[in-house]
Write a protein that binds this ligand. Structure first.
Ligand SMILES: [Zn+2]
Length: 304
């Protein structure tokens, strides 16, 4: 390659990429160009005029130097292009956000929050938040992670055991294991929940789902199962309910929401045959609840 061509790289015709890293670097060299993109995309096609809500007519706007906003030339009304987007009020620069969107939209097999942390040079917590917000934007089937106080519990779906009394329990190989994570709402009952079909209740099967779905530094309540021991090492505040000592509630520490939801799942309104297939290796089910019981139909979708 000659010296001239080397300094002006072009996409090879045989490449199936439609937008390369060189295109990204050229189009979005800094924060200001990213803000300008949002401004044009959301408010002003020509980048100069936009409808002013105060003047109630089309006005010329100019970029405000000290703030990430545009101001009406006539009345001084400010428009923030990031308002209502995932970038709003974030302390992370728009340039890094755009870079993260580029990376996540480019990769065919997906990119992890950990990889985003390395690529962007931000903390894991920041990368995790960005990852989930971008993914919720890219995929209408996913939503942001659980945070605050999260209860975890597991259950086994498959009705009554043949020839034995009672329902299937932990470790029963003939039943489908379901792992539930319930975010506690402001009223102390459950908010959003995520339920996943898992091969078993071992830490190796459960913990990847936890790091995937629960915000770092959240408070997590579980029972005494050995698999949950790893949570502290993963950066969560972890408390256990001592079911073996017949203690089910200690102040705030209980898993009644998670248990109630999973209980409802394992009964009539969530038949194992239709929603939790033992063959499926990737069949998470996510649903939002307004109260402590399941409402609506569980939605199946792949969160990876
Ligand atoms: Zn105005």
């Amino acid at each position: 390659m000659s010296a001239v061509k080397r300094n002006r790289p072009k996409r090879a015709k045989s490449s199936d990429s439609t937008y390369t890293v060189m295109d990204f670097v050229r189009d979005y060299p800094d924060d200001s160009t990213c803000l300008d993109y949002l401004w044009r995309r959301l408010y002003s096609e020509d980048g100069k005029t936009a409808p002013c809500p105060k003047c109630e007519r089309l006005r010329r706007f100019h970029r405000v130097k000290s703030r990430p906003s545009y101001s009406c030339d006539t009345c001084g009304h400010h428009v923030h292009p990031t308002a209502g987007t995932i970038f709003h009020k974030s302390s992370t620069s728009l340039h890094l956000w755009f870079h993260a969107v580029f990376l996540m939209a480019q990769t065919r097999c997906g990119i992890s929050a950990k990889q985003l942390e390395r690529e962007l040079g931000v903390t894991y917590k920041t990368a995790w938040r960005m990852f989930h917000q971008i993914r919720s934007m890219l995929s209408p089937d996913s939503d942001s992670g659980l945070g605050g106080t999260v209860e975890m519990d597991d259950t086994y779906i498959g009705g009554r055991r043949t020839g034995q009394p009672g329902r299937p329990g932990r470790g029963d190989p003939r039943k489908a294991a379901v792992f539930g994570m319930a975010e506690r709402g402001a009223d102390g009952r459950s908010g959003r929940i995520v339920a996943k079909h898992v091969p078993d209740a071992r830490a190796a099967s459960l913990m990847p789902h936890v790091s995937e779905r629960v915000l770092p530094a959240s408070t997590v309540y579980t029972d005494e199962m050995h698999s949950y021991k790893r949570l502290e090492g993963m950066g969560y505040q972890h408390d256990r309910v001592r079911h073996s000592e017949k203690i089910y509630v200690m102040g705030d520490v209980h898993v009644n929401n998670g248990r109630g939801i999973l209980g409802a799942c394992s009964k009539a309104d969530w038949p194992a045959s239709t929603t939790v297939s033992r063959q499926s290796t990737c069949s998470p089910i996510s649903m939002s609840t307004a109260s402590g019981t399941t409402t609506g139909t569980p939605r199946a979708g792949c969160f990876r």
